[in-house]
Write a protein that binds this ligand. Structure first.
Ligand SMILES: Nc1ncnc2c1ncn2[C@@H]1O[C@H](COP(=O)(O)OP(=O)(O)OP(=O)(O)O)[C@@H](O)[C@H]1O
Ligand SMILES: [Mg+2]
Length: 235
């Protein structure tokens, strides 16, 4: 279970997040939507213990980000925005390194499973720095899933994927979401329709809607709803 409680994050005088609260249960794939600068990546960085909130708390599988950040990190797989990777490493070398940071047993078996799952086999002869964007994205996903975390936090996971890769990676995420909690951000509404059971839309750091995709779609296309809720009326 992921519990986000009254999270506020200030950067100087700017409130990047303003009193954000929600719960996510296992088996839910939740799309986090919002315009550029809405606060999506900031929220993900807080949930994954990369930055602290100004106020509020997050509970991950019963552990608070303040009281037990190590337990939080063990329960979460995170694909950050811009997907930072060690470009001088080969894929199995990098994945073994990540597995080592979680003290996994059966490292080789786990690395092989991840390579198979994310379709990396054809690229094993190349260093990560030489991979195309879509294949780097797959490595990012593989490192996020290697320790079989209960929660996946994926910041724009399908950016840069070609249509074939997109379908494969969506399937990997959908399958993972059958038993895990998945929170992913995207700007592609079809992605939400294809993968997510629930959508949370934020605008200027505040939740403006949170509901089942099927319910939200009854009011019309998601794109219209997004536009109506996030259009900047002040401008
Ligand atoms: N370290 C920081 N210092 C100052 N301001 C920051 C910092 N990190 C984020 N911000 C600001 O917080 C706001 C939210 O940024 P964030 O990256 O969370 O947006 P986002 O919803 O992920 O946008 P995008 O869709 O463009 O990825 C932005 O106005 C951004 O400039
Ligand atoms: Mg972002």
């Amino acid at each position: 279970m992921l519990k986000v409680r009254n999270i506020t994050k200030k950067f100087g005088s700017q409130r990047a997040l303003d009193n954000v609260s929600f719960d996510i249960q296992p088996g839910e794939i939740v799309g986090l939507l919002g315009p550029n600068g809405a606060g999506k990546s900031t929220l993900m960085k807080i949930i994954t213990c990369y930055i602290p909130p100004t106020s509020g708390d997050v509970e991950v599988c019963g552990h608070s980000i303040f009281d037990d950040p190590k337990a939080v990190c063990r329960s979460i797989g995170y694909l950050p925005e811009h997907n930072p990777l060690y470009t001088d490493m080969y894929i199995p070398e990098f994945l073994s390194f990540v597995a080592g940071t979680y003290s996994l047993k059966n490292v080789k078996q786990r690395v092989d499973e991840m390579i198979e799952l994310t379709g990396l086999t054809p690229e094993l002869g190349k260093k990560i720095g030489k991979l195309s964007k879509g294949y780097r994205q797959r490595v990012g996903l593989a490192q996020a899933m290697i320790h079989d975390p209960a929660i996946l936090i994926l910041d724009e996971p399908t950016t840069g994927l070609d249509p074939n890769q997109l379908e494969e990676i969506r399937k990997v995420i959908r399958d993972a979401g059958k038993h895990k909690i998945v929170l992913l951000s995207t700007h592609i509404m079809q992605e939400v329709e294809a993968m997510c059971s629930r959508a949370i839309i934020i605008n200027h750091g505040k939740i403006v809607t949170d509901g089942a995709v099927a319910e939200l779609e009854k009011k019309g296309p998601l794109e219209h709803l997004f536009h109506t809720l996030t259009i900047d009326k002040a401008k």
